[in-house]
Design a protein around this ligand. Structure first.
Ligand SMILES: C[S@@+](CC[C@H](N)C(=O)[O-])C[C@H]1O[C@@H](n2cnc3c(N)ncnc32)[C@H](O)[C@@H]1O
Length: 265
């Protein structure tokens, strides 16, 4: 999604450390980017394949989190069309507005994926979905390995497509652990990152500046494993965005399953 081939920031760029947990620049950038994100990344072969794996692996009605959901395209739409109940989370009000229009069947929550452990809205949404009388098939969602009903507050699957790279590296292991804890045992995670050795580096992106992180693939696999996931499958794609403003990049997709316990705790 645009982290390929970037040099470290020149001397004089703001020290990202002092920005702490202030994400306003990220949200504002994506508010401004809007539909141009989907225009710059039109062919999402790897993302659709990973979403297809998730959809094929979960029973109809299963609850799925789409983290850093963007415009809801293609993933929230793909998953809802496959019969899954999708809750999208994104920091950017502009992206969420598009997602709600693009995928009216899904639910969308504004939030920081680094705060996943504390996002009360998610548990509230699940509780609403699971109340008696709800006709959306709330009790039919379940584990990837059996289709049993999920416990309240837990999801059967999650996606994080080019979302964790929006965080500083220091926040990524804990965020993966929080995703682990939001999944029921055996729950599935489809994850993508751009392969790059970066930590919270400001980059120009579609006329804006965003901060991104990345890993080389062995390190990424290790971090995901340490957070309590088994990596079932890894795929990579050389991707050339449809915009001269974004350089070519190597995209990595991991198909993961929650195993117990997380090794971080
Ligand atoms: C590169 S886009 C990926 C969008 C979508 N997942 C896709 O692959 O098409 C990253 C998205 O993450 C959102 N984002 C950035 N930082 C975030 C954070 N800390 N928490 C939640 N969403 C965030 C942005 O607003 C943007 O919509």
């Amino acid at each position: 999604m645009g982290t390929g081939n970037y040099e470290p920031p020149p001397v004089g760029m703001p020290d990202v450390e002092i920005l702490g947990r202030d994400r306003s620049g990220q949200a504002e950038a994506f508010d401004a980017i809007g539909d141009r994100y989907d225009e710059a990344f039109p062919h999402k072969e790897g993302q659709l394949a990973a979403g297809g794996w998730l959809a094929a692996s979960l029973p109809a009605g299963a609850r799925v989190l789409d983290l850093g959901c963007g415009t809801g395209l293609p993933t929230a739409r793909q998953l809802t069309a496959s019969g899954l109940r999708v809750t999208g989370v994104d920091l950017s009000p502009g992206m969420l507005a598009r997602a709600r229009t693009n995928v009216p069947q899904a639910r969308f929550v504004q939030g920081d994926i680094a705060d996943l452990a504390d996002l009360a809205d998610l548990a509230d949404l699940v509780d609403v979905l699971d109340t008696p009388g709800d006709t959306t098939g709330a009790t039919t969602g379940g584990a990837a390995d059996g289709g049993a009903p999920s416990a309240p507050g837990l999801f059967s699957g999650a996606t994080a497509f080019f979302a964790l790279l929006m965080l500083p590296r220091s926040e990524i292991p804990a965020t993966l652990a929080a995703i682990h804890d939001r999944l029921e045992p055996g729950g599935l995670l489809a994850l993508s990152m751009v392969e790059a050795d970066l930590d919270d580096v400001p980059i120009p992106f579609l006329g804006n500046t965003i901060r991104v992180s990345g890993y080389l693939r062995d390190e990424l696999r290790q971090i995901v494993t340490d957070a309590g996931f088994e990596v079932i499958k890894e795929e990579s794609y050389a991707y050339a965005p449809a915009s001269v403003e974004v350089p070519p990049e190597e995209q990595i997709f991991l198909h993961c399953r929650r195993v117990l316990p997380t090794r971080l705790t």
